[in-house]
Design a protein around this ligand. Sequence first.
Ligand code: SAH
Length: 378
Amino acid sequence: MNQVAATTDKVNLLDFDRQGLRDFFAQLGEKPYRAEQVMKWIYHRLEDDFGKMTDVGKALRAKLEATCYVGPPKTLFDKAAADGTHKWLLGMDGGNAVEAVYIPEPTRGTLCVSSQVGCGLNCQFCSTATQGFNRNLAASEVIGQMWVAAKHLGNVTHQNRRITNVVMMGMGEPLLNFDNVVTAMSLMRDDLGFGLASKRVTLSTAGLVPMIDKLSEAIDVSLAVSLHAANDELRTELVPLNKRYPIAELMGACLRWIERRPRTSITFEYTLMRGVNDQPEHAKQLIKLMRKLPTGSAKVNLIPFNPFPGTRFERSDADTIRAFQTQLLNANILTMLRRTRGDDIDAACGQLKGQVLDRTRRQAEFRKRLGEGVAHAS
Ligand code: SAH
């Protein structure tokens, strides 16, 4: 961790998935199994000091020290909430920072990971949107969030893990940072990495249709779709990306996803905002939409809106939320209610802020690219 600042010309090994690491070792004139040995040190033992990798020969250690480093992001601060939720603000560069959040539950521990510094999608009810978009995170910065959290929590890969699940639901739109996010997720899945099963690594998207198709071919992970409204007029208002990829197209991509993975399901996230999308007619529209997918392949995850300074939305009241859930359950739609966690440290969904500098120019660039077609953006 200490080498990061001084080693800009060296390669950060956290940027490589297994194949990338093997290739890098081959370039160094080393056998590929050496890459795998080092990978275990990095992800199973959370070791960033080559000097402590005792079964790696002295000559190779020296070679590694000269050419590369293990560079997780720097923890600017970390904070624990009363309910055990933990948040890290991780420094990226030039004053930029993103947040990662750990949510412990009785039978699992979920880490919520960011994919971009800021976000350019401008979802109306999300605090990250108010910061605008700055840049994509490198693969090392995505997997580095998990590395830092795992080390802090004393995670042990393959036994009594503290982090059992990862959700790409932090700051940013992961499908707009496709390659780096896929590299990081493959390290989350890899046995020599964090070794999580496909159903325990979830990517959440606001609905970038072509990228959903691309993802289903690239890696085996779970998909969550941020829906929030089941009619185009309202969804476009809440999630402006809907204008480009309306609900029918989004559902088309979801159907194709399920066809490729018949035994899995997609989670549809639905943030409940008072008087906006929480009425019985909205639930009815949602039921109708969910019925377009094969039985059992759609789950709805209701999220009570988490307020943040300056927002015009309010959380639906408890009775309305319960009625909405009951209406869905009565229609045989598997529906969960996400408990709000960590809101005393602003760590709840949609409250992640981080730190974004130099956003105006990049925001303009982002909008232009979006106009040109995000399908070509990655
Ligand atoms: N860009 C991705 C991932 C980041 S958002 C996506 O859109 O899915 C992760 C989840 O938090 C999304 O479902 C998002 O809609 C939800 N969310 C955003 N702001 C929220 C808020 N203020 N309250 C509750 N949920 C929110």
